[in-house]
Design a protein. Structure first.
Length: 320
């Protein structure tokens, strides 16, 4: 996306969870925009990263005050549903208490200088839970997810924005759909389908393939985070949560895998049709997951730049 006023040029943007899938994409995209990205993580890069466990209030406050960022993008968290289910108290410690520590640091930083730090919180499409019908969910849809992952992200989303409004720190939350692209976890559907296509093996799909989901290329997700970091103080943005999703009807899982196989075939691979396991534990038949991102587009100008064929092609290229 274009940045006509060069807001990012020289801006210091601190990332928590900076060496995860999304963090690396934000580093890559942010640096091309001229931003100075400061990645922190519990698995710090030996050269360019800094260790930070957001569960420690003292370390979080100290690190953020030391770096004096213009913006914080808070990505650190337990990000897998199964991991949160297996260790629910750890999910709460990292996702909820860790977010409170980041906000505590942001408040202290803002109070120590003449201008506020902008904060973007990584929320999730899972905060909405299961909804009947086939309509796209807006930000006004009820937040009713009751699994440990979705509930912890719900708490972090609402608490951070509430603290920001109360303590004068411009804070927004991003609820984006399933990200895919280079560096994605191999168990995620798009990466798994690409790997199977490269190997010429059939992908085993849990469920009957009729579930519908949104998929968004990781660089477009990164652009959404960076765009909100820029606009966090704007009148119609501050204190809000925003959806990020493509403006298309979500494909069925089976159709998405077919798309992966088509792109793979065009690149000279020999993909095989997937094998369905409808009786196994997996996706619900007819499940519908679709977000409406019109508010983010209206107030910030963000719009996804990568179509599925382009994104899948880049992912296949990265896996060869």
């Amino acid at each position: 996306m274009k940045d006509p006023d060069n807001w990012f040029d020289g801006r210091r943007i601190l990332l928590t969870g900076g060496f995860g899938f999304l963090g690396q994409a934000i580093q890559r995209v942010g640096e091309t925009r001229g931003a100075r990205i400061i990645p922190t993580d519990v698995t710090a890069h030996p050269v360019s990263g800094e260790y930070l466990d957001v569960r420690s209030a003292e370390s979080t406050v100290g690190t953020i005050l030391d770096h004096q960022p213009d913006a914080i993008i808070h990505l650190a968290g337990v990000s897998h549903i199964n991991e949160a289910e297996a260790e629910p108290f750890r999910a709460v410690d990292v996702n909820v208490l860790g977010t409170i520590n980041v906000m505590r640091a942001a408040v202290k930083l803002t109070q120590s200088r003449l201008y506020p730090v902008h904060v973007v919180i990584a929320s999730s499409n899972h905060v909405y839970g299961s909804h009947p019908g086939m309509s796209a969910r807006t930000e006004e849809a009820p937040l009713n997810q009751m699994d440990c992952y979705g509930a912890s992200k719900h708490c972090a989303d609402v608490l951070a924005r509430s603290l920001g409004l109360a303590l004068h720190v411009p804070t927004v939350a991003l609820r984006h759909v399933n990200a895919y692209g280079p560096g994605g976890h191999p168990s995620h559907i798009t990466s798994a389908a690409c790997l199977a296509a490269i190997r010429g093996e059939p992908l085993v799909l849990r469920g009957d393939g009729t579930a519908r989901k949104d998929y968004l290329y990781v660089d477009d997700v990164a652009e959404a985070y960076l765009t909100l970091a820029k606009h966090a103080c704007d009148l119609h943005v501050i204190g809000r949560a925003f959806n990020a999703a493509p403006d298309i009807v979500p494909p069925t899982v089976a159709h998405w895998v077919d798309t992966v196989n088509r792109v793979a075939h065009e690149k000279g691979f020999r993909p095989r049709p997937p094998i369905m396991q409808p009786k196994g534990k997996g996706e619900q038949s007819g499940y519908y997951e679709h977000l409406n991102a019109s508010e983010l587009r209206k107030w910030t100008g963000w719009y996804p730049q990568t179509n599925p064929s382009q994104g899948i092609g880049r992912l296949l290229d990265s896996l060869e």
